[in-house]
Design a protein around this ligand. Structure first.
Ligand SMILES: Cc1ncc(COP(=O)(O)O)c(C=O)c1O
Length: 401
């Protein structure tokens, strides 16, 4: 996969010589190597594939073709309905939905209802569904209980982790499970607890090295607390509901989460594409599989060239880590004053002097699936060959978030 950056660059350039940048590309060998590593790290626990982190059906299909992967973690109900219609099965919508049109469609479609499970963490979400079609007038909607996996102390004055579900304690989970099971029109299908403070935070930061000991301590403490709490929650919820699955984890926590006996499946998405934010974990190093190429359009002076486009900033707390990473040629960096621009992006470094107008620079998105919102297709590359061009969600004419 080209450990030597110059060899890697020549290979990518050769494979895409006939294409005009800007374009997005997917290195198939890197994707497959990442998939094998995710499977190894999950050590036999099935991986649910996070579609938000791919937003490309080809990539979803490639991941799901391997026996280590099972089911899709969708990000909106309209997306899940679309995928169900295309024949995808076992679709877990990982975030609560209040889309009345989509919910009515789900309720009215036996096939979709069999394939899709939606997320709840409060009875108000159940009431909203009942308000659309009364429970006696519909078949069961499958729901998953979302358990908050964050670490919180001092009455939540210290909160480490994503702010998602209000269900934190075993008693809260049991109460909500009983409420779901006791209501007509719902089936409690699974339980999910996503530990973003572990899975989504690299424990080997390069920019802020001084933070590494604090991050590692936080993650050790949180993992120990969550393993105990998750096991208790699952045991207490299983007393009232026969859960089909207990989902947890993400690309950054596969080995930890899959080791918990209460967890029946883990999730991964970003790990297949290997975006910039995932360069900073001690347990694994993904291959850069999803890339984009921008053309060199001018040269403002020595040591700098300007690229067309590039302002594809990742979501989350704003900061330099959300900027695209200049991948190849080696030794180029963004300009701290300009960052990645809306229509132009200067890149600096000695390597700029070897670039000609019309050459290309390869970059990586900091996150994963958001790249699919910027490009209609991904060009599949294998070795120095161009295999195919496949649509992203955007290319499929779909924009969910
Ligand atoms: C519910 C849930 N599970 C898992 C993940 C992990 O996804 P990835 O593997 O792409 O980091 C996320 C990411 O935000 C998530 O929201």
């Amino acid at each position: 996969m080209g450990l030597d950056p110059e060899v890697a660059r020549k290979r990518l350039d050769a494979a895409t010589a006939d294409l005009d940048p800007p374009f997005a590309a997917l290195d198939v060998d890197a994707f497959d190597a990442n998939a094998r590593d995710l499977a190894r790290r999950a050590s036999g626990t099935p991986i649910r594939v996070a579609s938000k982190s791919l937003r490309c059906r080809w990539a979803l299909d490639r991941a799901l073709a391997d026996p280590s992967c099972q089911g899709v973690m969708a990000f909106t109900l309209p997306e899940a309905l679309w995928l169900a219609d295309l024949g995808y099965d076992d679709l877990l919508v990982a975030y609560p939905t209040v889309d009345r049109g989509a919910l009515r469609q789900l309720i009215g479609d036996d096939d979709a209802r069999a394939r899709i499970t939606i997320m709840v963490d409060h009875p108000d979400q159940l009431d909203l569904i009942d308000g659309l079609v009364a429970p006696q007038d519909r078949d069961d909607v499958k729901v998953c209980l979302d358990l908050d996996a964050s670490l919180s102390f001092l009455d939540d004055r210290v909160h480490l982790g994503p702010r998602r579900s209000p269900v934190h304690e075993p008693d809260d989970a049991r109460r909500l499970a009983e409420a779901i099971v006791g209501r007509r029109g719902f089936h409690l299908d699974g339980l999910m607890a996503y530990e973003g403070q572990i899975a989504g935070v690299g424990d080997d930061p390069t920019a802020k090295r001084w933070m590494a000991p604090a991050i590692r301590l936080m993650q050790r403490t949180s993992a120990a607390e969550l393993a105990e709490r998750r096991a208790e929650v699952v045991a207490r919820v299983r007393e009232v509901a026969d859960l089909r699955f207990v989902n947890g984890g993400g690309t950054g926590s596969l080995e930890l989460t899959s080791a918990e006996s209460a967890v029946t499946e883990v999730t991964a998405g970003s790990g297949f594409f290997g975006p910039g934010l995932f360069d900073h974990y001690r347990a694994f190093t993904p291959h850069p599989a999803a890339l984009f190429a921008l053309p060199v359009v001018r040269r403002p002076g020595p040591g700098v060239v300007t690229l067309l486009g590039g302002g594809y900033i990742a979501s989350g707390s704003a900061g330099p880590d959300k900027l695209p990473k200049v991948h190849l040629p080696d030794g180029l960096r963004l300009d701290g004053n300009e960052g990645a621009g809306e229509v132009q992006t200067p890149v600096l470094g000695a390597a700029a002097d070897d670039l000609q107008i019309g050459d290309r620079v390869w970059l990586r998105h900091a996150k994963s699936g958001e790249l699919g919102e910027r490009f209609e297709t991904m060009h599949l590359i294998q070795g120095d060959a161009l295999l195919d061009e496949v649509p992203t969600y955007r290319g499929d004419g779909r924009c969910f978030l």
